[in-house]
Design a protein around this ligand. Sequence first.
Ligand SMILES: [Zn+2]
Length: 457
Amino acid sequence: MNNPNVVLIIVDTLRARNLSCYGYHRQTSPVLDNHAKDGTRFKNAFAEVIPTQPSFTSILTGTNPILNNVVSHVLWKNAEMAAREQSSNILLNETLRDKMPRITPQVKMAGELFQAGGYKTYAVDNLVKMRPHFGRGWDEYVYSSEASGEDRRFAVTADDINFHTFPLLSRIRNERFFLFLHYWEPHAPYEPPPEFQQFVKEVKDRQAMRQDLLIKGRDLSRDDFIYITKVDRDTVSRSSQSDLAHLNKLGLDHNTIVVITADHGESFGSHNTLGHAGLHETTVHVPLWFRGPGIPAGKVVDGFARHVDIVPTILDFAGVKPDIPYELSGRSLRPEINGKTDGGIDAVYCAECGQQKTRSVRTRTWKFITSIQEEIRADHMPVQELYNLEKDPDEENNLISEYPGVAKELEEKMFRWVEAECRKYGRAKDVMVTTPLPDDLKALEDPSRFAFSLPAK
Ligand SMILES: [Zn+2]
């Protein structure tokens, strides 16, 4: 199949382990499971950088933050607060937004790469108000979270997305298109639609839930709480209307590749964290599968896959060779999808510059997490962590004191990788070191400190 359409669906905050197809003990995701079953699924796929803005930047550029410069929601919190003080209902004042560390100017977005390859490009998303680069490269960008003239940001529902997407699909069905859809349902405040309230216990008093979680330090979702994506809800309740079924109805399924992933997972209290913080499996292990023409059904790949691999893979399937002055950080997963290899990647490197500054390296057996700047490690977290994932997949036993040799080896491996990436992209210092945390008010004063541009060749 030459030049298939490509639909990239990213569900915010959907962690892999809560989907039945990734082994969750309850039936949470019948539609997604079925969809995954007809395609090739990556068992071990990871978000290399969290939370949302850096993660989407990484997915949509196929590059890591050492090149693209976006490693954080930097200044978001402050900018938002300041904007609220200055005026009533502006979420992010333009001037403050302009002071946020920018994406490296030369780095191209997926839409731009597909456009250059002759595709028409469409997005139904709302990230553009957080960072302007998310608006680049679209023939049509539908801002998804405006209802009755009001910006609802996280409260955008799958109904909102589908409301825009279904007519759009009907209109573009005869074009060769790349379509990006961003669903938000699993994101806080965890309010499922009425027909799924039965799945939720103990969340009537959210403040009490928070306290409870932090005291017990346990993962609430394991037994008490299920969150479900509305992609599924819709399909359960009105199966013919789900966007996945909609593709079939329009006769697009035979020439369209659909990719499904999440930007990150969620911590529901494990490791004393809530939200998208910490580099534990709950937060960085994400679902990922590809379905469409030329992609084997029912195949599961065990090797490591990363967010940065998605764009190289879909460009490869689309037959688009990017004309860019830098090397993409990821590689096409096509050999794994169509062949017998597991990719041969021996480690995945993740970073968080949200609630704390941490980097990690994960091999098949071990995960090592370290604070980049000890003094800003969250006070309830150890400075370094080491887990044996084969014996302890929930990362409950920190073995840092028991295996100092293993920890040292992994730490060196991690920093060797960081140095190599910095060298590759001509950056003097790790972006994790040069970027402030979102609480750094001083950062507003001199944004030029965080600029990065590729050196001329
Ligand atoms: Zn997110």
